[in-house]
Design a protein around this ligand. Structure first.
Ligand code: HEM
Length: 178
């Protein structure tokens, strides 16, 4: 058994383009819609300022911010994560709704109110935008697709990625130790 930093290159990075994210998910058998729906997990939790600094102060290396950020939200983000400030400061991934599992995060994606670049680019990119919009159609949550139930299906699918069975691999009895 081994633990290797190199394996982390398979992991999605918040500065990855949507194309790269789609490729990384596809390599694990997960579709573009799985990507968008699973990314909806950002309806919960926080990020460190570390991951958004460049987006606030050095986007496209011209000292400016990512233009896809809603101007009002940009002021808020810059105040929480001042230039040269503590990069470990944490802020909600889902503005105003970080403790609720709901569609608010998807709405925030549509309005330019999300902190991570990857969360924003999934709405900017025409190949993934439709999945987000589909949860806000005329039929709404009644007859239209349900984010909550699609998330449940996708997380079960993700739980099956790379599972070793039989004599392939070992089950750790103490998770933190070899
Ligand atoms: C699509 C690619 C994804 C990228 C680029 C990404 C990136 C990130 C980053 C940078 C953070 C902040 C980490 C920190 O500051 O500690 C984060 C937090 C989080 N991510 Fe993702 N993520 C992705 C997909 C997912 C998926 C598929 C799930 C689960 C199904 C997920 C669940 C979470 C949760 C719950 C948090 C909050 C953690 C906390 O509050 O400590 N993310 N993600």
């Amino acid at each position: 058994m081994r633990s290797s930093a190199g394996d982390a290159s398979d992991m999605p990075d918040p500065t990855d383009s949507v194309d790269v994210l789609k490729r990384k998910f596809a390599a694990k058998g997960l579709s573009a819609s799985d990507l968008v729906v699973l990314n909806g997990a950002h309806t919960i939790g926080t990020t460190a300022c570390f991951f958004i600094e460049d987006r606030l102060y050095n986007f496209a290396a011209d000292g400016d911010a990512d233009p896809s950020i809603n101007p009002e939200y940009l002021t808020e983000l810059r105040s929480t994560c001042p230039k040269g400030g503590d990069v470990n400061t944490r802020l909600a991934l889902d503005r105003g709704s970080e403790f609720q599992f709901d569609k608010e995060f998807l709405e925030n994606m549509r309005e330019g109110n999300v902190a991570l670049q990857s969360d924003s680019s999934m709405y900017q990119d025409g190949s993934t935008r439709g999945y987000i919009d589909s949860y806000f159609g005329l039929l709404g949550g009644l007859l239209g697709p349900s984010f909550e139930s699609d998330f449940a299906d996708a997380i079960v699918k993700m739980g099956q990625v790379g599972v070793k069975t039989g004599s392939n691999g070992k089950i750790r009895t103490v998770c933190s130790a070899f």
